[in-house]
Design a binder for this molecule. Structure first.
Ligand code: NAP
Length: 250
C-alpha cells in the first residue's frame, strides 16, 4: 500500500526524540512537509531537521513548550505565516513523573497533566481552526496503554492518557462534520528515553507480559501514525488503537 502525503503539512509535537522523531521522518518520507516541535532538545531537533533536509524533504523546527498557551500561539502563528495550512497534527509530546499516590507532589501531577493533556488541547484547538478552513485534517493523539491498564506510580500519567482517549472521542464527534478525523494511538513499551529506566529495572518481567515477546520500536508506532494521517484511513475516527505487541490483551 502506497501512502502519499505529498502536498500535506504536518506538525509533530515532541518531534526531537523517540516516537516523535521517527514519526517526523516517516511523514516526510511519505511526502509531507514537517514542522518538528521541541522544547528542551534543540540539538536533537536540529539533527532530525537535517536528516529530513538531506533526504530532500521540507522541514522546520520550532521551540515551544506545548503546555504554555502563548508558546503554542507562537507555534501556530509560525505555521500560518510559513505554510498557510495544516493537514496533520500529531499530539505526541509527553512526559512521565512517576510517584506513588501518597507521595505524589502536586507539581508532579500538574506537570504530567499539563504536558500530556492540556498541551494536546491547546494544539488541537489551533489546529482544528486551521483545518476547518480546508474542511479536512487528521489529528492523532499519542495516548498509552497505561491509560487502560493502570500502573503503580502512574496515577498522573494514567489520568492524562485516559483523558486523552476521552478527548479524542469528543473531538472526533465534534469535528467529523468539518472533515477532521481524530484518533488515538496507544503505545505499549517502546524503546525510547522515556521507557529506559523502567526497561532497565523490570525489563525481563515486562517482556513476559508481551505476547510478541519484544519491546516495540518507534517505527512500530510511527507506521500506524502515518497510516492514520493518510487518506487510506478516511473512514476511521474516534478510535483508540494499541501498538503494544499484545500487552493490553494478555
Ligand atoms: N516510550 C514508551 O514506551 C511510550 C509508551 C506509551 C506512550 N508513550 C507516549 O509516546 C509519546 C512519545 O514518547 P517517547 O517515548 O518518544 O518519549 P521521549 O523519547 O522522552 O520524547 C518525548 C518528546 O516529548 C517532548 N516534550 C516533552 N515535554 C514537552 C513540552 N512541554 N513541550 C514540547 N515538547 C515536549 C520532548 O521534547 P524535548 O526533549 O525537546 O523537550 C521529546 O521530543 C509520549 O506522549 C509518551 O507518553 C510512550
Amino acid at each position: 500500500m502506497q501512502l502519499d502525503l505529498s502536498g500535506k503539512t504536518a506538525l509533530v509535537t515532541g518531534g526531537s526524540k523517540g516516537i516523535g522523531r521517527e514519526t517526523s521522518i516517516l511523514l516526510a518520507k511519505a511526502g509531507a512537509k514537517v514542522i518538528i516541535n521541541y522544547n528542551k532538545s534543540a540539538e536533537k531537533a536540529e539533527e532530525v531537521k537535517k536528516a529530513l533536509a538531506d533526504s530532500g524533504a521540507e522541514a522546520d523546527i520550532f521551540k515551544a513548550d506545548i503546555s504554555a498557551p502563548e508558546e503554542v500561539q507562537a507555534l501556530f502563528d509560525f505555521i500560518r505565516s510559513r505554510y498557510g495550512r495544516l493537514d496533520i497534527l500529531v499530539n505526541n509530546a509527553g512526559v512521565i513523573k512517576d510517584n506513588l499516590l501518597l507521595a505524589m507532589e502536586l507539581s508532579e501531577w500538574d506537570k504530567v497533566l499539563d504536558t500530556n493533556l492540556r498541551g494536546a488541547f491547546l494544539c488541537t484547538k489551533y489546529a482544528a481552526e486551521m483545518m476547518m478552513a480546508n474542511h479536512s485534517g487528521k489529528i492523532i493523539n499519542i495516548s498509552s496503554i497505561g491509560a487502560i491498564k493502570g500502573g503503580r506510580g502512574q496515577t498522573n500519567y494514567a489520568s492524562a492518557k485516559g483523558g486523552l482517549i476521552s478527548f479524542t472521542r469528543a473531538c472526533a464527534v465534534e469535528l467529523a462534520g468539518k472533515g477532521i478525523r481524530v484518533n488515538a494511538v496507544l503505545p505499549g513499551m517502546i524503546v525510547t528515553d522515556m521507557s529506559s529506566r523502567v526497561r532497565k529495572r523490570a525489563g525481563e518481567k515486562i517482556l513476559e507480559l508481551i505476547p510478541l515477546n519484544r519491546f516495540g520500536e518507534p517505527s512500530d508506532v510511527a507506521n500506524l501514525i502515518v497510516f492514520l494521517a493518510s487518506d487510506k484511513a478516511d473512514y476511521i475516527t474516534g478510535q483508540t488503537i494499541p501498538v503494544d505487541g499484545g500487552m493490553s490483551v494478555s
